[in-house]
Design a binder for this molecule. Structure first.
Ligand SMILES: Cc1cc2nc3c(=O)[nH]c(=O)nc-3n(C[C@H](O)[C@H](O)[C@H](O)COP(=O)(O)OP(=O)(O)OC[C@H]3O[C@@H](n4cnc5c(N)ncnc54)[C@H](O)[C@@H]3O)c2cc1C
Ligand code: FES
Ligand code: FES
Length: 500
């Protein structure tokens, strides 16, 4: 198998596929510019660019090399800091504009984090359309985008202000960024030709070793599952990659879903928002930001939640399906999906393409367990389109790149002061993400004005058993949850009073 690394094709022994990309770069390619800080996707020191072809266009995104397994980047263009400038960087005049901006703004001290920051900033710069910044709102939007792009990069000594200033100074270069369609000395056409070349995407040796299969469509996926029925399905690897680096637990075999074409689609179909089983958080973010759904309450709730999940690097790789299938009690998308009454289309290839549809409310069977059978995968997540009000809050210690203590999503409808619909999805409040169905039964048909805020917790206790862990105690979680519910209630009561 071959990987396009900066401007050269590198032969890779398929037996190496299950190791982290970062280890391969540093230890086998002797490319030490990408650093290892945390090895857990948290610090960004290992950030590289991954290029892939989408809708006929070459598109680059930042990713954490520490938790990406090598097999997952076959068919991608891997760009490291070493590839940043096609020329020698020995002369200051050869510096890339991103590097130059960091120098100009004194945005590096010890420099350990700087390689990752350069790469994350470069990815943002490459993807930033020219922004005239005519208004204060444009400027604010632009600054927010920079913060988002760099939220996965920790720097312990410089302080973020000069780093953000350096990125903001790149704004006049956006035209340059458009012209920089020649990355690492290869034109986009050349890169696309490499990526499409036989033997790169669908190399036989990859499949024949069976320890890392990368099918490109559902037919190939079915064959892969048949050939290795006990292999672990992997998509973005942002959960499974952590097992490798934090617990030294590499699975014997993986089947990678991230390049299965049919799992990549997002569409509105028959009154459902259908999110493919390989769709990343970033792809969903881009789709929902489109004009079509800009004012829909459900889309607005997603737009509030998605930037709070991980960092840009994590969202570029992590998928909604992986977030569900991982069955973590603190996964952030299940509470919203539960409240929105989402259902999952599951495919079991070993039973002649047996397809079943399971409501998410019936998917979890216990802590880190679900109804998924070996070899069964989530083909799509179907979310009924709704115009109902959505109240969503994620509570964590940090705003960005932090796991939640509590995540709450409430889809509610109040007609003439009476609750006619109430679906409360909760994360961090039980062994699995849960729907507060007893609270729902208690509140349905009640006048908002008559709900006693003090009683809400007593009612909710029948639905939840929060846990204590390093992030929060059970008591804290309960208190936060009740505070959030009271916040919603006060707001609803004020609205009703103003109508009356
Ligand atoms: C630094 C960091 C920050 C994070 N922050 C957050 C956060 O704020 N909120 C949050 O909720 N999560 C967070 N995560 C966790 C992770 O990013 C998400 O759970 C992500 O959605 C996992 O998706 P993935 O595609 O990477 O899953 P993978 O790691 O590829 O797989 C996870 C599990 O899902 C299964 N799986 C994947 N796709 C499918 C499919 N289509 N069908 C069946 N099974 C499948 C795999 O077999 C595996 O069991 C964070 C992770 C990191 C490393
Ligand atoms: S080494 Fe920290 S994110 Fe990769
Ligand atoms: S420059 Fe030292 S950690 Fe960022």
């Amino acid at each position: 198998m071959k990987i396009l690394l900066n401007n050269r094709l590198v032969n890779v022994d398929a037996s190496q596929s299950r190791q982290p990309l970062l280890n391969w770069l540093r230890e086998q390619q002797n490319m030490k510019a990408s650093k290892e800080g945390c090895g857990a996707g948290d610090c960004g020191a290992c950030t590289v660019l991954l290029g892939c072809v989408q809708d006929g266009q070459l598109h680059y995104q930042a990713a954490n090399a520490c938790i990406a397994l090598l097999g997952s980047v076959v068919g991608r263009h891997v760009v490291t800091l070493e590839g940043l400038s096609p020329h020698s960087a020995q002369e200051l005049s050869d510096m890339h504009p991103v590097q130059q901006a960091l120098v100009d703004y004194h945005a590096s001290q010890c420099g350990f984090c700087t390689p990752g920051i350069v790469m994350a900033m470069w990815a943002w710069w490459l993807n930033t359309p020219a922004n005239p910044m005519h208004t204060a709102a444009h400027k604010q939007q632009h600054e927010h985008a920079i913060e988002q792009a760099l939220s996965g990069n920790l720097c312990r000594c410089t302080g973020y202000h000069p780093i953000l200033q350096a990125a903001a100074s790149l704004a006049p270069f956006t035209q340059g960024a458009q012209e920089e369609r020649q990355v690492v000395g290869l034109s986009h056409q050349q890169v696309m030709a490499y990526l499409a070349a036989d033997g790169l995407l669908a190399d036989e040796s990859t499949t024949s070793t069976l320890n890392y299969q990368l099918p490109s469509d559902e037919a190939a996926l079915a064959l892969a599952i048949d050939a290795a029925p006990n292999a672990t399905l992997i998509c973005g690897g942002t959960d499974l990659g952590l097992e490798v680096t934090q617990q030294s637990h590499t699975r014997p075999a993986y089947i990678d879903l991230s390049q299965v074409t049919e799992l990549q689609s997002i569409a509105i179909h028959d009154g459902y928002l259908c999110i493919g089983g390989g769709v990343t958080f970033s792809q969903l973010q881009d789709y929902l930001g489109g004009a079509l759904l800009a004012h829909n309450h459900m889309a607005l709730a997603w737009q509030k939640l998605l930037p709070l999940i991980g960092s840009t690097q994590v969202r570029n790789r992590g998928t909604i399906a992986g977030n569900i299938a991982n069955a973590s009690p603190i996964a952030d998308s299940p509470p919203l999906l539960l409240a929105l009454e989402a259902e999952l289309e599951l495919v079991q290839t070993q039973k002649k393409q047996h397809i079943r549809v399971v409501p998410l409310a019936k998917f979890y069977t216990g802590y880190r367990h679900s109804v998924l059978q070996p070899g069964e995968y989530i083909r799509s997540i179907r979310v009924p389109m709704s115009e109902r009000q959505v109240f969503l809050e994620k509570i964590s210690k940090r705003h960005e790149d932090d796991i939640s203590a509590v995540c709450m999503a409430l889809v509610v409808n109040v007609e003439q002061g009476v609750i006619t619909h109430f679906r409360l999805g909760l994360g961090g409040m039980a062994a699995t993400p849960v729907l507060a169905s007893k609270l729902e039964t208690a509140l349905l048909g009640m006048a908002v004005a008559n709900i006693d805020a003090g009683q809400l917790m007593t009612m909710l206790q029948q639905d939840v058993t929060p846990m204590s862990d390093v992030r929060a105690s059970a008591a804290y979680r309960s208190q936060v949850c009740i505070n959030l519910l009271q916040y919603w209630l006060q707001d609803a009561q004020v609205k009703e009073e103003s109508v009356a």
